[in-house]
Design a protein around this ligand. Structure first.
Ligand SMILES: NC(=O)C1=CN([C@@H]2O[C@H](COP(=O)(O)OP(=O)(O)OC[C@H]3O[C@@H](n4cnc5c(N)ncnc54)[C@H](O)[C@@H]3O)[C@@H](O)[C@H]2O)[C@H](O)CC1
Ligand code: K
Length: 522
């Protein structure tokens, strides 16, 4: 599992009501169980445990383990590289404070704050004298490591490596990149690494010299925490750089609108802006251009000849595509033969990430896009059935099988439904978002479920908002699967906030006012 996915899952546990303090407790307890077992197998008599801790969650696991190991009768020396003020991870600090509160202390616990490298040098001497009958637990750095190892941490790692104690790393040996397994500078050479939930990607690649024996412990994260989209998925969005320029945070082209429909591309455009994209262009027939311009001064509207998008607009549209990062095709386009021809040529010629929504789903030929892994489709149930009708028949499925009603279904039927949908959506390499009471996001073997939203969202235009958000995130560089997943979450959550403020009378145009704040969520 990638460390970023692990962080997302941690946050999403919190969103489901499972606190990280609780996960840390489970992690520290499992670690203590493993250390006790290793101790029994490796040594003939009780040994001393020395735990090095840093300022993050990794150290927090160490504090919890200390408490459990004391209860098992071990004598524990805590070596803190950071004092209480420097520990920014609240749950870690909470667990350290529990240990500090054991005063006067009857258990065999020593808490040593290693102020500077000279204090670590003193430990070096102690370790050289008599540490073969000890276990050192490394809780200095885990998945939160960034950049070059700072000098104090570096020195501690060197001292740990020099000692002849049995070394157990928490989650990842400190110094190793948990994603790539690379070691830029120094790294704890562990005899065992005790990881949590799932093996971090880097540990599978790194040399055994560093990782030692790999033990993975379950810490009670439910399957759904990985499956459901939550505000943790916002972590995947790169932070905006302080010195970024206009356009650095993405630009989007929306191709849509017609004589009858000008609201749809407008709503999609405003939603895209609320997701943080810098520039949104709208290419639309002249009959829709003026209403869209007057709807919002934030959109750059390009007026194209005709009442409907048509083949004569092709060159102008392709020129506009050159300057953007992603393209949304479909909102408000209406259905006619000329628009159909244009859309099928565009999906063939545009080599940038594309979102297909609304009328585009009825006009574009599935076979033309089946090999593209940079495309997102956002159908509701009926559009889904129409777009995939030949596959549904080929698979011997019925429309009922792919009907997204999940009420009163048990886990078996839910799993069967997901399998049906997967077998159909697997016929394309891109992402399919099936919108409904819950939204389902499929790409190959990957599935995500979004549970935000409410019945008020059946009001016209919320689908356009979703398409705008999805393409806005795509334009900011998020991959297709993550863009689609996060957009469903944000759109539904904005609907829930709109419902709180306006009741069932909210309109699609109310959603965008909530998105900006939601994006600050983690
Ligand atoms: N679901 C789980 O797997 C759980 C894992 N837990 C543990 O939490 C850590 C991740 O915690 P986090 O606070 O994000 O990161 P770290 O502990 O690695 O510490 C970050 C900390 O370290 C400082 N730092 C970063 N880079 C450097 C550097 N190059 N040199 C020196 N110091 C550095 C930074 O300033 C931060 O303060 C995970 O590995 C698990 O062990 C939880 O217990 C919950 C469940
Ligand atoms: K570690």
């Amino acid at each position: 599992m990638d460390p970023i996915d692990m962080q997302v899952t941690d946050h999403n546990c919190e969103y489901l009501g499972l606190s990280r303090l609780c996960l840390m407790e489970n992690a520290g307890k499992s670690l203590s169980d493993e250390v006790a077992t290793l101790s029994t197998f490796t040594f003939s008599k009780p040994v001393k445990i020395v735990i090095f801790t840093g300022s993050g969650g990794n150290g927090g696991d160490g504090f919890v383990a200390a408490r459990h190991l004391l209860n098992r009768g071990f004598s524990v020396d805590l070596c803190l590289l950071k004092n209480d003020d420097e520990i920014k991870f609240q749950d870690a600090l909470t667990n350290l404070k529990v240990l500090r509160n054991l005063n006067p202390r009857v258990s065999r616990l020593n808490i040593n704050y290693l102020k500077d490298s000279s204090e670590i040098d003193k430990l070096d001497i102690a370790f050289n004298n008599n540490f073969s009958e000890s276990i050192i637990i490394d809780g200095i750095l885990g998945t939160g490591i960034k950049g070059k190892i700072r000098s104090k941490e570096r020195r501690a790692i060197e001292v740990i490596n020099k000692s002849n104690a049995l070394k157990v790393a928490i989650d990842v040996p400190s110094g190793m990149n948990p994603l790539t397994g690379e070691v830029l500078d120094v790294c704890v050479k562990a005899d065992y690494t005790v990881g949590f939930h799932k093996v971090k990607t880097g540990l599978k690649i790194a040399s055994e010299d560093i990782v030692g024996g790999l033990i993975t412990c379950d810490i009670g994260i439910p399957l759904e925490a990985e499956l459901f989209v939550g505000d943790g998925d916002l972590l995947k969005l790169k932070n905006r750089s302080n010195n970024s320029h206009k356009g650095n945070n993405g630009s989007l082209l929306i191709i849509g609108g017609s004589k009858e429909y000008s609201g749809a591309p407008g709503l999609a455009g405003i939603s895209a802006i609320s997701s943080g994209v810098d520039l949104v262009h709208v290419a639309t027939p002249e009959s829709a251009a003026t209403p869209i311009k007057s709807y919002s001064p934030d959109l750059i509207v390009h007026s194209l000849k005709g009442d409907y998008l048509n083949l004569n607009n092709q060159e102008e549209i392709l020129n506009l595509v050159e300057d953007v990062d992603a393209v949304l095709i479909g909102p408000g386009a209406s259905q006619n033969d000329e628009t159909k021809k244009l859309f099928n040529i565009l999906v063939h010629k545009i080599k940038k990430p594309i979102v297909l929504d609304a009328d585009a789903l009825k006009l574009v030929n599935r076979k033309l896009i089946s090999k593209r892994n940079d495309i997102i489709l956002t159908p509701h149930n009926n559009e889904f059935k129409q777009f995939y009708q030949d596959i549904i028949h080929e698979e011997g499925l019925t429309f009922d099988d792919v009907s997204m009603r999940f009420d009163n279904l048990n886990y078996k039927t839910v799993n069967d439904k997901l399998t049906f949908f997967q077998s159909v959506t697997n016929s394309i390499e891109g992402v399919t978002v099936v919108k409904g009471e819950s939204d389902f996001i499929f790409q190959g073997s990957k599935v995500k479920i979004n549970t935000t939203g409410n019945p008020g969202m059946t009001v016209g235009g919320t689908g356009d908002c979703l398409a705008g958000l999805t393409s806005g995130l795509l334009a900011q560089g998020l991959n297709v699967f993550d863009s689609a997943s996060l957009a469903t979450f944000l759109n539904g959550k904005a609907g829930d906030l709109a419902m709180d403020k306006y009741g069932y009378g909210f309109a699609a145009s109310n959603l965008s006012e909530f998105i900006g704040k939601l994006m600050d969520g983690v």
